[in-house]
Design a protein around this ligand. Structure first.
Ligand code: HEM
Length: 499
């Protein structure tokens, strides 16, 4: 039929035209491949041929949640710099990463970060330019000083106790999905940092919304824009929910703003000088006031983005730590023995094994897979013996930093917290641990993350013995990269036996 129409109607393309178009497309693609493989400025950077010539390789790895793990294998095979797409290189040399990422004139990579927009809006992480991100980073850094966090300790404790009470209900007789519990608990603790004590969000749907959003990020990195319009109105309810999760997250951010604004009218103890992110963003007298006035949507997206940044990273790191501890009853007992003699939550930072368990969790399963990326500015950049032309994206990952130094991390593929207790080469080992990124866009919430992790691990280890649930197998817990590492099933079932 189509052939008939094409052959008979002048209004339609003739077969010949179609063939020419196909030929043109084929030659264009061939030219693109040949150019990127042999003539492009990055053609001398080592890497697999397919990855260098087409973005399909990187999309395929992302789709399968394996980009970070595959990139790690390539770094082991090719050395400290590898081309993983026609325009992207991954670098695994600490000094080279530091000298590049410290620079203030390098934007972050726009395509990869666009995937993290919330409800169609930008927030700190999705702004390529440091000049814009800087003013949004300050409030997080100021709100998460140890002094501020310590003043909120009683409220943090209440939220963590509520999680422990929830876990206690099963009396160790059935498994509990620790991912769900941790998402709720970290939402509750981060709402304080972000909106202040007057904010109290309903957490019931949050675990599912944020879980779907993580997988939406994978879709956004792999599928064309039009696919989302189609999916939004498609008959597939799960896909629709996933696409809508971005708007639902945005609504949560808007709710933070509404409640934080309402609390301004409440009585405040004049001696209370704690500061939260929302207050600092909207206070024109703040030490680093935001230089522009926010629209309602910008502010909502910022709060939603910060909730995402704070909860998904911390809960993913904690999930893997509890999973590893559940597998190792001897280590669990040693940690318990250390923690029962710590009198006060304020002293937790001196608990050495606790610190080692957290460090090793962040090393072994870093919650952010590709820990930052930068775009090469005009004039190019010389790095590890290669000239990178303008627009090249340089990325790195914490995961591989420890693997490049097998003298310091001989059993790098094993969760072994004890390595952090060895004094010999301790400083060098710590230098290679960069889960919060490096340089000018390094995570501003690191202090909050570590503080929360100490409190939560301490509380649950003191209250429970933890064991693996029969349904939690190594295959189910194999890391899948969806906006950070998580189990492909997005859950981790453990048994919490009250002590
Ligand atoms: C274990 C927990 C966490 C890890 C591993 C982590 C890791 C990271 C990484 C790797 C980056 C990107 C750095 C770069 O591009 O160079 C980042 C950015 C960011 N993180 Fe975290 N993070 C954690 C917790 C938090 C918390 C609790 C907050 C609090 C709100 C937070 C807020 C942010 C923000 C606002 C950014 C964007 C910074 C910018 O674009 O300049 N993070 N984080």
């Amino acid at each position: 039929m189509l052939g008939y129409i094409l052959a008979t109607s002048d209004a339609f393309l003739s077969w010949n035209t179609l063939l020419y178009l196909l030929l043109f497309f084929f030659l264009y693609e061939l030219g693109y491949i040949i150019y990127h493989a042999y003539f492009h400025a990055l053609s001398k950077v080592p890497g697999p041929w397919l990855a260098s010539t087409t973005s399909l390789w990187i999309r395929w790895q992302r789709w399968n949640g394996r980009l970070s793990l595959e990139a790690d294998k390539l770094l082991a095979k090719y050395g400290s710099i590898v081309r993983i797409s026609p325009t992207m290189v991954i670098v695994n040399d600490h000094d080279a990463v530091e000298s590049t990422f410290i620079r203030k004139d390098l934007d972050t990579s726009p395509t990869a970060i666009r995937a993290l927009r919330v409800g169609g809006h930008d927030w700190t992480v999705t702004y390529p330019q440091l000049s814009i991100a800087r003013e949004r980073r300050h409030p997080v850094m100021i709100a998460s000083t140890t002094k501020n966090l310590k003043s909120w300790l009683p409220i943090f404790r209440n939220h963590i106790n509520a999680m422990a009470e929830d876990l206690r209900e099963s009396k160790g007789t059935r498994s509990e999905d620790v991912v769900r519990h941790l998402r709720i608990c970290t939402l509750k603790t981060s709402q304080l940092l972000i909106g202040g004590p007057g904010v109290d969000l309903d957490p019931q749907d949050f675990p599912q919304i944020v879980g779907e959003y993580n997988f939406l990020v994978v879709w956004r990195l792999c599928l064309p824009e039009w696919a989302f319009t189609w999916l939004k109105y498609s008959p597939f309810s799960h896909a629709r929910f996933r696409v809508d999760s971005s708007d639902k997250l945005f609504d949560l951010g808007a709710e933070v703003c509404r409640q934080a604004e309402a609390q301004k009218n409440n009585y405040r103890d004049p001696t209370d000088d704690t500061q939260h992110v929302y207050g600092l963003c909207t206070d024109t007298n703040a030490k680093y006031p935001v230089q522009w006035s926010w629209t309602k949507d910008e502010l909502g997206a910022e709060m939603a983005g910060q909730i995402l940044a704070a909860t998904e990273t911390t809960s993913s790191a904690l999930t893997y730590i509890f999973y590893e501890l559940a597998k190792d009853p001897i280590l669990l007992e040693e940690l318990y023995q250390e923690l029962i003699v710590v009198d006060d939550d304020h002293e937790l930072d001196s608990a050495k094994l606790l610190d080692a368990c957290i460090k090793e969790g962040l090393r072994f399963r870093p919650p952010v897979a590709l820990t930052g990326s930068r775009a090469v500015p005009p004039g190019g950049l010389d790095l590890l013996g290669h000239h990178l032309s303008e627009g090249t994206i340089v990325t790195t990952q914490s995961l591989s930093m420890s693997r490049q130094r097998q003298d310091l991390f001989p059993d790098f593929d094993v969760y072994n917290p004890k390595r952090w207790l060895e004094e010999e080469n301790g400083a060098e080992r710590r230098r290679l641990l960069v889960p919060f990124g490096v340089g000018s866009r390094r995570c501003p919430g690191g202090n909050m993350a570590l503080y929360q992790m100490r409190l939560i691990i301490n509380s649950l280890i003191q209250d429970f013995k933890i064991a693996l649930a029969p349904e939690t197998t190594p295959e189910k817990m194999a890391p899948f990269e969806a906006n950070g590492y998580r189990s492909h099933h997005d859950r981790c079932d453990l048994i919490f036996i009250p002590r």
